[in-house]
Design a protein around this ligand. Structure first.
Ligand SMILES: *Cc1c(COP(=O)(O)O)cnc(C)c1O
Length: 222
């Protein structure tokens, strides 16, 4: 009951144009089912093994997003079904995703992760690295992946101004890529930014897709 309530009241606070990814990591299938029954269809997980276990036990029409750091040797396990991989941070990883997408006769959507935070621990490309990659024939020849946008995580801080600046940076990177490389491609449209603690700022700064765990499912016990 609580999850249903949380979900519905959360949804009432965000614009309809912003997609909600319900981050169900560490939560049992019962919790996911409760959100699903309340109408939520997009869920995000950050561990390959957990995702693979949950998929078989939940309805087929769920759209699964992988939001964690993706290791190349694990792509094969989620390639048959994953809808969107949020945190792509190397060409090597894109090639691996392409390879397994091809084997499964699919096209897998990916977001380019940018390093926007002030912390060295977070993964992601710089704008220079990405513009180099987009011109690289090794990238251009990948036919079974589709880059549908960008993703980033702000610094974990209570300084809202800093968070705004970081999200604004991600939106500006999106716009640069859109006008220079993807202007003809309508599918390049997502800016995945914003979590329970900072989604309001993310939406103000142009987020199209927020990734929310705690506000829907409660806090996590690791
Ligand atoms: C856990 C996680 C989230 C959700 O975080 P909450 O603070 O629980 O909303 C969003 N994005 C990523 C990449 C995560 O790992």
């Amino acid at each position: 009951m609580e999850i249903r309530q949380n979900l519905l009241s959360f949804l009432s606070t965000i614009p309809k144009s912003v997609k909600l990814v319900a981050v169900s990591k560490t939560k049992p299938v019962e919790a996911i089912n409760e959100a699903y029954e309340a109408g939520q269809l997009i869920f995000g997980e950050n561990k390959v093994q957990d995702l693979v276990d949950k998929v078989t036990r939940l309805p087929d029409d769920i759209e699964w997003h992988f939001i964690g750091h993706m290791q190349t040797n694990k792509v094969k396990f989620i390639a048959p079904f994953v809808k969107l991989i949020h945190a792509v941070d190397s060409l090597k990883l894109l090639k691996e995703i392409n390879k397994h997408a091809l084997k499964n006769d699919r096209i897998i959507d990916c977001l380019i992760q940018f390093h926007i935070a002030d912390e060295t621990t977070k993964f992601g490309f710089s704008i220079q690295e990405i513009t180099d990659m987009l011109k690289d024939p090794d990238f251009i020849n990948l036919k079974n992946i589709r880059v549908t946008g960008v993703m980033g995580m702000a610094t974990y801080t209570d300084d809202n101004e800093q968070i705004s600046i970081e999200f604004r940076k991600l939106t500006s990177y999106f716009k640069i890529l859109k006008s220079n490389y993807f202007s003809e491609l309508n599918y390049f449209k997502e800016i995945s930014m914003g979590m329970s603690g900072d989604y309001k700022i993310a939406i103000e700064e142009g987020s199209t897709m927020i990734r929310i765990g705690t506000s829907i499912f409660g806090s996590r016990n690791y």
